[in-house]
Ligand binder design. Structure first.
Ligand code: SF4
Ligand code: SF4
Length: 285
């Protein structure tokens, strides 16, 4: 069962929720798809880490063979090619590595080169297999890294928690594409409700079963809670605003491994999430 954990912006507690739910499970995969700023491994401090590079294919032109026919340019749907000053220019940042231009060139002037854009690391922390994607600085898209993370040996029926990138861009879509259930983490503010609305639209668009965890919960006015009630969104749980949790987090510690209280809170949250996800899977199958 694959559970994606997402939020409209960083700092809402998305990593804290996915790390603690993974740690409280009997056996789990934690998959950090926040490839621009992965930080789950800082909590898990995994052992036996193995690293594997992620490469993309890019076209490269042999100027001696190119006759400037522009067939490759007309083929490229992403406008990654242009003919400027009698030379074919290749804009690597917007190339989607489809390989079409290489096949299309009648002069065989285009060939393929490989470029490393980042890494996938795998390690173990007690009951959790920790998988982390790392995008090299300056690279434009983490999608190939996320694809590799989610295609790798994730075994069912072990539960997997996918810690998604913040926001609702294509990297988030890639991260939730195959998820069975989505947890939306929301903060108790107007801005929090606005961000919740963004990811709510996304999971609705993908037709994914979902529920909300209200983080930093305080009694009183909570625009995110109001948004859930107004839209009939299932509230999976409320994690109270608590200095103890804040302190554990800021010290890079996993709350459920340090505190009986948090072990209880996240165990019951996990039970609820699994029940909901199974219920939704049965309904949608
Ligand atoms: S299709 Fe080949 S020959 Fe034509 S412009 Fe492109 S690289 Fe040059
Ligand atoms: S590989 Fe595909 S996306 Fe990249 S330049 Fe060629 S046709 Fe365009």
């Amino acid at each position: 069962m694959k559970i994606a954990v997402l939020s409209g912006k960083g700092g809402t507690g998305k990593t804290m929720v996915s790390v603690n739910l993974s740690a409280v499970a009997k056996k789990a995969f934690y998959i950090d798809c926040d490839v621009e700023e992965p930080n789950g491994y800082l909590f898990f401090k995994p052992a036996s880490v193995v690293s594997d590079k992620v490469e993309i294919k890019l076209p490269v032109v042999d100027e001696n063979l190119c006759i400037g026919c522009r067939k490759c340019i007309n083929f490229c749907k992403f406008n990654a090619l242009a003919y400027v000053g009698n030379k074919l220019r290749i804009f690597e940042e917007i190339c989607h590595s489809c390989g079409g231009c290489v096949l299309f060139c009648p002069e065989r002037a285009l060939s393929v080169k490989y470029k490393t854009i980042g890494y996938v690391q795998k390690g173990v922390s007690e009951n959790v297999s920790v998988m982390t994607g790392i995008l090299n600085p300056g690279e434009s898209s983490g999608v190939p890294i996320i694809k590799k993370l989610l295609k790798d040996d994730i075994q069912d029926p072990i539960i997997s928690f996918i810690d998604c990138p913040p926001g609702s861009a294509c990297v988030v879509m890639e991260s939730i594409k195959d998820a069975d259930y989505c947890i939306l983490v929301a903060e108790p503010s107007l801005f929090g409700a606005h961000n919740l609305a963004m990811v709510y639209d996304l999971v609705k668009m993908f037709g994914k079963p979902h529920g909300v965890i209200l983080n930093k919960y305080l009694n009183g006015n909570n625009p995110s809670e109001e948004f859930c009630l107004k839209n009939g969104i299932n509230i999976l749980g409320k994690i109270p605003f608590d200095n103890e949790l804040g302190l554990l987090n800021s010290n890079g510690l996993i709350a459920v491994r340090e505190s009986e209280k948090y072990k209880r809170i996240f165990s019951s949250l996990l039970t609820k999430v699994i029940k909901e996800a199974q219920h939704e899977t049965v309904i949608n199958s």
